[in-house]
Design a protein around this ligand. Structure first.
Ligand code: CU
Length: 553
């Protein structure tokens, strides 16, 4: 149908006139049917007004009607939102869209008012953008914090501050790690055992005492002499770094730092014998500090026991007030450091002398690190406790291949350096997650490690320990259920996968056996490997090397 231009114009004018004459709800209903936003309708309305090309007065009248209708629609919309619909939609729309809508609303204004309106739109837009960015940053911060939370929620990791001070004076201190069950019920299985740490200044003695716990000391730094009374003999042993010594429950012992300069640091494993997870030191010697247990006995008993008048007894137990770790003279230290004839490493025919960790046969050793262990199978002192004591040194930037222990749970103490561990634990996942599909779900237990920290490495749990790129990581560990333990490596040349049949791997990974084996065999090293940083460096080093080769250097 051909309609000439004049006819078209006339029709449009008639339509516009009809729209203007008709009450506003007549044409807005049609627009509502099209389901447009109030802003969209407003724009169309204005376009209609201007298309009509009316005189100044009529145009304003038309536009005013548009604005009135717009306000009504807006109010209806807000009312709807208050009733619970659409609120989210507002939040979901992006600030740019809201800005465009806002600007189109400003078209209803003129001159200065229009400018003000546009300015308000811009301000609102910028404010929203800032808020959105802030929200983004907050989310990022939350994700970063996620890692920290993971560490604080990681019940296997004990920061050094979790050692409580049991005794402290100017000559040193004794700190005891909080009870394992206090941290998490997941650690109930090792709750009877405790770990303590002692630090003593040069030329000091830790006063004679006994404890209701079996004890094993590991000398972390410095040197000293330990004396203890066993079945009417005094056994004494000189100790150096890496030495491990068992002290039987109830025997009175005293430890001397006989070095002139270096402090003595010793890690102490304790297995209480009276109350699970609780032990105490008993000082007979002393007075006020350490308090002597003799102070609780009545004077009649003490006078009779020592066959001495009350004043002598009072004097004997009334002098000491300097605490548990006491400075001694050079002469005293020399005398205290004499190994007794009866000891010489013998106790009723059994060798109960110190075991030096550095002299043990390595469980694993290569250029990236080593693991030395004194096992209960080899050492009489450790047999009844079924305890192993280990020393691990991971070279800077290196890592252990992921592995797990078959039956031993390790209490691992950081002696030197920095690093990190990551461990898979199915016990940490929330029960709801597990119930969802009935399958096992693993959570990561990880933490950054520094000197004085301890972590628990339970049997069966796969772990990887990485040394910081700038420092070797040295660890001393006590292994509960230390006998018949096996380390199973999960990557590297001697990983357990080597022993699993190709068909089993093919079925397990749902990949051709050849492909699986090709990937599993890429790591040629075993047990200790180049860590992520070292491998990156090596790659970059090779790259630089190849450029230099190319350039003829
Ligand atoms: Cu677990």
């Amino acid at each position: 149908m051909a309609i000439n231009f004049t006819t078209k114009l006339t029709l449009l004018s008639l339509l516009a006139l009809a729209l203007l004459i008709l009450p506003s709800h007549c044409y807005t209903r049609r627009e509502e049917e099209e389901d447009k936003s109030p802003e969209g309708i407003l724009i169309e309305c204005f376009t209609r007004c201007s298309r009509e090309q009316p005189s100044e007065g009529r145009s304003t009248d038309c536009e005013r009607k548009c604005v009135v209708r717009y306000k009504q629609q807006k109010e209806e919309q807000q009312e709807e939102r208050r009733r619970g619909g659409g609120g989210e939609e507002h939040n979901r729309r992006d600030p740019e869209q809201r800005f465009r809508e806002c600007q189109s609303r400003c078209e209803a204004e003129q001159g200065e008012r229009k400018q003000h309106c546009q300015q308000r739109c811009r301000q609102q837009f910028e404010k929203e953008r800032r808020e959105q960015r802030g929200e983004g940053n907050r989310r990022e911060r939350e994700e970063e914090g996620e890692d920290e939370r993971q560490e604080s929620q990681n019940p296997y990791y004990f920061e050094s501050k979790r050692f409580d001070t049991k005794f402290k004076n100017q000559e040193g201190h004794i700190k005891v790690l909080e009870r394992f069950s206090k941290r998490s019920e997941l650690l109930q299985g090792i709750d009877n055992d405790r770990v303590a740490f002692l630090e003593a200044n040069p030329q000091t003695i830790i006063l004679p005492h006994h404890a209701d716990a079996e004890a094993v000391f590991a000398i972390v730094r410095g040197k000293g002499t330990i004396n203890y009374i066993w079945k009417n003999q005094r056994l004494s042993f000189n100790l150096k770094r890496g030495d491990v010594i068992r002290v039987p429950a109830g025997s009175i012992g005293y430890l001397i730092n006989n070095d002139n300069e270096e402090k003595l640091y010793a890690l102490n494993f304790l297995r209480p014998i009276n109350t699970p997870g609780k032990y105490e030191a008993f000082y007979g010697v002393g007075g006020e500090n350490p308090e002597s247990f003799f102070n609780v006995f009545s004077n009649e008993i003490l006078e009779a026991a020592f066959k001495s008048p009350r004043k002598d007894v009072k004097r004997l137990f009334g002098q000491q007030n300097k605490g548990v770790i006491i400075k001694a003279s050079e002469e005293q230290i020399r005398a205290l450091s004499q190994e007794s004839e009866s000891s010489r490493g013998r106790r009723g025919g059994e060798n109960w002398g110190p075991i030096n960790l550095f002299e043990q046969r390595p469980l694993s050793k290569n250029e990236y690190g080593q693991h030395l262990e004194a096992s209960p199978e080899q050492h009489e002192q450790l047999k009844d406790l079924d305890l192993s004591v280990g020393f691990v040194n991971i070279k800077k930037g290196a890592m252990t291949a992921p592995y797990y222990n078959s039956r031993s749970t390790k209490l691992v103490f950081v002696v030197r350096g920095r690093g990190r561990f990551e461990m898979a634990c199915p016990h940490l996942s929330s029960s709801s997650k597990r119930e969802q599909n009935g399958d096992t779900h693993y959570e990561k237990a990880s933490a950054d490690l520094s000197v004085g920290d301890l972590f628990v490495f339970p049997a069966g749990h796969p772990i990887a320990i990485v040394a910081h790129k700038d420092s070797d990581l040295e660890l001393v560990s006590f292994g509960i259920r230390g006998s018949n333990n096996q380390k199973y490596f999960l990557a590297g040349r001697d990983s357990v996968w080597e022993k699993v049949q190709a068909e089993a791997k093919e079925l397990s990974f749902r990949l051709p056996a050849k492909e699986v084996e090709e990937i599993l065999r890429r790591q040629g090293e075993s047990q200790f490997l180049a860590g992520p940083n070292l491998q990156k460096q090596e790659r970059e080093g090779r790259f630089v090397g190849s450029i230099l080769d190319f350039a003829g250097f």
